[in-house]
Every structure is written in C-alpha cells, then in structure tokens.
Write a protein that binds this ligand. Structure first.
Ligand SMILES: *Cc1c(COP(=O)(O)O)cnc(C)c1O
Length: 363
C-alpha cells in the first residue's frame, strides 16, 4: 500500500528531537505564547525572508485577522480564486466583505490574471492570491493591477511554505501573507496552527493585537479582538520540523521530477512549474477526463490518491445564493478531472516508479 501522506513515518524519523522539544515545553509550562512561540515566529520569518511573523491558531484565522487588520471598507468586494479551499472565501464573508470569484489558470491552477482584471470594480478593495498546490501565483501582474486600482494584496500561502516567485519567497510579495500549519501541510503542527507574515511593522502589530483580545500587555485592551494565539507545544513542534523543511521540500521537488519523467506521454495532463517558480509541490495534481476510473484503478493497485478539490467553490451548496454565474469557468471543469497523486518525503523512488507504471497500465 502506498500512502498518500504518512505523518507517522515522518514522526519516526525525528522522534528523538520531537519528544525532547515537547518535553521542554511541558517542563516550562509555556503553553500559550511565550518563548517557544517567539522562537518559532523568528525562525519562520527568517525562513520566508520577511521581517514580521505573527503566530495564530490556524490558517483560517490568519486570513480573517489579516483582512480585518487591513481595515478595508465595510462590505467591499474581495476577489478570490474559484478554485481553492473554502477557508479563502469564508474569511472574506466572515469579515463582512463580499466574495467575487475569478477563474484559475489552466496551466498552474493559480488565479488567472486576465480574469482577475475583468472582476475588478469600483467596489473592489482587495484580492487574495492563493499559491495553490505549492505553485506561486504570477505576482508581478497581480501587484501591477492592484497598484493601478488601489487594491490590497493578500497572499494565501497555506500550501506554499518555501515557494518562490522570481527568487523571492511568497508571503512578503503582497501586503500580507497567511500560512496554515494544519498537520498535512508541507510544514504541519500536531494540531491546528497558523501564521501571518508581512513587511509592514504596524500591520504586524495590529494583527498581533487582534489575535490577542486587542491588547499588547495583560489588561490594556485598545479594541475588541479575539483569541487566536499560537500555543507553545505547536510552536515547538513547528520549530523542530522547520529545521527539516528544506530537505523535505527538496525531496518533494525531486519526486515531482521523477513523476514528470516517468509519466511523460502516459496520458494524464501533468502539472507545470513556470520557469520563474520554485514549486514546492504541496500536491502533485494530474488531470484526466477519466479521473474517477483512474482513481479506482490506482486504489485497486494499492495506491492512495485524493481529489483537491471535487468542486469549485461557486458550485458548493454554501454558495447557492451567489449571484455571480461561474458555470463556464475552467475551475468548474477542472474539479471533475483533477487527481492528487501521493507526494511527500515518505515516498521512495521505487514507490514513484510503481505509481507511474500503474498509471501507464491504465486503459
Ligand atoms: C489549509 C488551507 C487553509 C486553512 O488553513 P487551516 O489551518 O486549516 O485553517 C486556507 N487556505 C488554503 C489554500 C488551505 O489549503
């Protein structure tokens, strides 16, 4: 059986370090915030090459807090790709704004800049660029468009730890970047965790206060915020894993190269990395018009796969009241064809070879 993801095996490989790090937090009773959270924030900011990092409770909160901290006009429109995880659009609605969907690029599945340009109106205040599957969005034209229309740019980097656009790491390209450390992400905690990164010191401070009841010190609340703090145990777990992240990411890139070589001409449409991109392959997503049959064929061969995502957001029940007609979008068609193959440092070359021959044997 070839697993889609194998967090247990990953833990086995770092058990000594991990158990010691968790024991240290317990020994210090440093459960919320504190030195372990601070250490991780500094290390992660350095890793993403951005000056400020604020740890929060999860990636969805990171998006909501980032949007709130930007102080956009109430009820304004925020453009979101139609193809992403629902947290991206939820954060818009939950902060009192209106979701406007734009299509994704059929080559990289990140937002289509020409379609984004069509969606911008006088009421648009921001755009969320999602670096989906680990491939960065084409940020220069997004930033150009944003600057021409005075839009804020939020980068949803939940799937793109360490990804680079023209040599620059994601998160620090727009006004603010958000990360998720959900266990299955490229950098994952042992529970929920997230972070906000930015080059703007004042914005970072506002995010930190917002995530901690509107305060800096114990009871000097400047405004009503919320509780969305990074806890010490998760921070310590993340600090341990961060030390391995580059090696794990390089292995993902190697596996992607192997897939590309072995699956060339095999049938399914393979993912593409733009020449300016460091794609970190959170997911290796292929496309086939016979996706369901291919998935069943691989399952019978003992190969786990997954679908990200079975429906474009506008087609979900959650968006039945949406006025925008998105039915002709590529995102909607893609949902019926995409298949995520196993990806991660748990795979041996032999596993990838086995997966590739199973795909080649599919008729
Ligand atoms: C995982 C994910 C999120 C949400 O992160 P959580 O930590 O699960 O709240 C947001 N956006 C994208 C694109 C994601 O993949």
């Amino acid at each position: 059986m070839i697993r889609f993801l194998d967090l247990h095996r990953q833990y086995e490989g770092i058990r000594g370090e991990m158990d010691a790090a968790m024991a240290a937090v317990l020994g210090d009773s440093a459960f919320i915030g504190g030195k372990y959270a601070q250490e991780f924030e500094q290390a992660f900011a350095a890793y993403q090459r951005v000056p400020h990092c604020v740890g929060v409770a999860n990636g969805t909160d990171a998006l909501e807090i980032a949007i709130e901290a930007l102080d956009l006009p109430r009820g304004s429109e925020i453009v979101v790709p139609a193809y992403t995880f629902i947290a991206t659009s939820e954060s818009v609605t939950r902060t009192g704004h209106r979701v406007v969907f734009c299509d994704c690029d059929p080559r990289t599945y990140t937002l289509s800049v020409p379609d984004l340009a069509r969606r911008v109106t006088a009421r648009t205040s921001a755009v969320i660029a999602v670096h989906l599957y680990g491939h960065p969005c084409d940020m220069d034209p997004v930033l150009e468009l944003a600057s021409a229309h005075e839009l804020k740019v939020i980068e949803d980097c939940a799937q793109a730890h360490g990804a680079e656009y023209k040599g620059r790491r994601v998160g620090g390209l727009g006004d603010v970047g958000t990360f998720s450390f959900y266990p299955g992400k490229n950098l994952g905690a042992y529970g929920d965790a997230g972070a906000i990164v930015t080059r703007d010191k004042a914005l970072a401070r506002r995010c930190r206060m917002m995530a901690n009841h509107g305060r800096v010190e114990k009871y000097d609340h400047d405004f009503e915020g919320r509780n969305s703090r990074l806890d010490g145990l998760q921070a310590a777990v993340l600090s341990v894993k961060l030390r391995h992240l580059e090696a794990w990411t390089e292995r993902r890139i190697q596996i992607a190269g192997l897939y590309q070589r072995l699956l060339d001409g095999a049938g399914p449409v393979l993912p593409l990395a733009e020449p300016w991109a460091r794609h970190v392959y959170h997911l290796f997503v292929v496309r086939s018009p016979r996706r369901d049959a291919l998935q069943a064929h691989l399952k019978a061969a003992g190969i786990e796969t997954a679908i990200h995502y079975p429906s474009a957001l506008p087609m979900l029940k959650a968006y039945t009241s949406l006025e925008q007609d998105c039915s002709s979008m590529f995102s909607v068609a893609a949902a019926g064809e995409v298949l995520s193959l196993p990806m991660g440092e748990h795979l041996a070359d032999g596993d990838v070879e086995q997966i590739a021959s199973a795909i080649r044997a599919f008729r």
